[in-house]
Ligand binder design. Sequence first.
Ligand code: FAD
Length: 394
Amino acid sequence: MTRTQVGIVGAGPAGLVLAHLLAQAGVESVVLERQSRAYIEKRVRAGLLEHGTVRLLKERGLGERMLERSLAHHGTELRFDGQRHRIPYSDLYGGREMRVYAQQELVADLVRLRLAAGGEIVFEAENVELEGIDSEAPLIRYRRGGEAAELRCDFIAGCDGFHGVSRPSIPEGVLTIYNDRLPFGWVGILAAVPPSTTEIIYALHERGFAGHMLRTADVSRFYLQCDPDDDIANWPDDRIWYELRTRLATNDGWTLGEGPIIEKNITEMRSFLVSPMRHGRLYLAGDAAHIVPPTGAKGMNLAIHDAGVLAGAVASWYAGEGDGLLAGYSDTCLRRAWRVQEFSSWMSWMLHRLPEDTPNRAYREQLQRARLEYVTSSPAAGASFAENYVGIEF
Ligand SMILES: Cc1cc2nc3c(=O)[nH]c(=O)nc-3n(C[C@H](O)[C@H](O)[C@H](O)COP(=O)(O)OP(=O)(O)OC[C@H]3O[C@@H](n4cnc5c(N)ncnc54)[C@H](O)[C@@H]3O)c2cc1C
């Protein structure tokens, strides 16, 4: 049996940032990850870092490669009726900027830096089970290369995402679950083509939402609204490019560069949140506790925020300052998570074509248009958008 202070389940952004911040506070941890290192360093997901996330990574010495390889962004574009409307979020929010940096690159950086610092990450840890989470010495059992292994710890951090084992280890009835499936899905593609824009584009068209996100100088990310139960087999490449060209078209002759599609899949859009984000000595962080619709690009940022709060609370406990911060962990994180839920939901409903069976659909479409016109024309509304999009400070 191995012993550590904090057993971290999951080597995503939440678990890895937590391991780093704990080590910097002199707290030991071991990270258990179900997948291989190669797999998590290739898994394509998010790509937009909030101002606060960039600052945290920079201040903690985790952002050197990210700063070298990413570009600062200062605005975004909303398109509707063939018109382009730029929201200069840095100007509207005290000069704060965002950065585009692929999640798998950040995960690779965090893994490399953690291993170089002598940290322990167990990859391909199978059949992870949590025991005694109500006790002062919880236990994690797992298998590695066919061998049974055990990790005894003071605390467990459940950073294993939406489908992990941590949240289901909490006894039934303890958690209040909030769950809302939106009636939209996204066909997400990664294409080997330079971006046709310097800033992220969100477009609402009568055929549905389209998004042009950024990744690198040679690779671009695009999203198209689809039915959440649609099958990716219904989306051959030529249909995808046709829909992107049509939905992103403008009246001023903007053109879309096209190239080979490297990856495509369908993502459903869900709001999910549990309260409290802890039980006994188990603390949930990131997607294990909450999922937001991807429209606002917030999931990874929220996960890293949770990790920062949890690291501070655990370090304070080991420093002999009592359990005040640990007791407040869930409320602190949920306050931000609900703000982000509200913004992501608001943005999703503003930018997607409403399904045919939406009650009072014609009226709701007019509300949607009023929101779009307000946010793109009023400096006050633009500033509120900017504060939420760039990452509200509280
Ligand atoms: C397909 C997809 C696309 C997305 N696109 C965007 C986007 O464009 N913008 C955005 O902001 N967000 C996006 N997200 C959300 C964002 O990626 C997540 O919010 C973010 O990854 C959360 O980080 P995390 O560390 O909490 O969880 P994760 O990144 O999910 O990490 C959890 C880790 O735990 C591991 N794990 C799971 N179960 C176990 C187990 N039983 N034992 C051990 N390890 C386990 C997993 O392998 C994983 O490495 C996307 C998510 C998905 C799934």
